[in-house]
Design a protein around this ligand. Structure first.
Ligand code: ATP
Length: 136
């Protein structure tokens, strides 16, 4: 259907959202990109970051942990390792995860370095996304 864009965010933990929106902004591996209805088909990778959807004057913000975005004329499907809506983020949990990751990085165990760095980035980004004010 014209002027419709269905956003779906799917993770191994479940479906985070499935709804019609006007516009989606994603954090792609190569930088931010926006998707409007009628967009040409493409598939791209996403990095740890934020996804924003707009519908009328309603804006929703999500944390997205890696994954892929598959864009079609009337649909964008995001397959991510994990994702949450900003208001569902438990900031205390993210702070605890950040502390654990920092501790692991301090110990500097080489085998664990990349995992700890990714955990730190997830936690720091969750904290940022949770604290964003949604424009009215
Ligand atoms: P933690 O060490 O706290 O589990 P993590 O970064 O390892 O954090 P993930 O593997 O990304 O967690 O996600 C596991 C599940 O927990 C997913 O369902 C994700 O949505 C949820 N989750 C992780 N951290 C948070 C958080 N701070 N607030 C809400 N949900 C979270």
């Amino acid at each position: 259907m014209e002027n419709k864009l269905k956003l779906e965010i799917v993770t191994p933990y479940g479906l985070v959202v499935s709804e019609d929106v006007d516009e989606v902004l994603c954090t792609g591996s190569e930088g931010e990109f926006g998707v409007l209805p009628g967009h040409a088909d493409f598939v791209t990778t996403l990095k740890i970051g934020m996804l924003t959807s707009k519908k009328g004057n309603e804006t929703k913000i999500y944390f997205v942990n890696w994954g892929y975005a598959e864009v079609g004329t009337d649909k964008i499907t995001v397959l991510a390792d994990s994702a949450e809506r900003s208001e569902d983020i438990d900031v205390e949990r993210a702070k605890a995860a950040m502390k654990r990751a920092e501790e692991r990085l301090r110990k500097n165990a080489e085998s664990d370095f990349n995992k700890a760095e990714a955990a730190l980035e997830r936690a720091a980004t969750r904290i940022q996304v949770a604290q964003l004010k949604i424009p009215k």
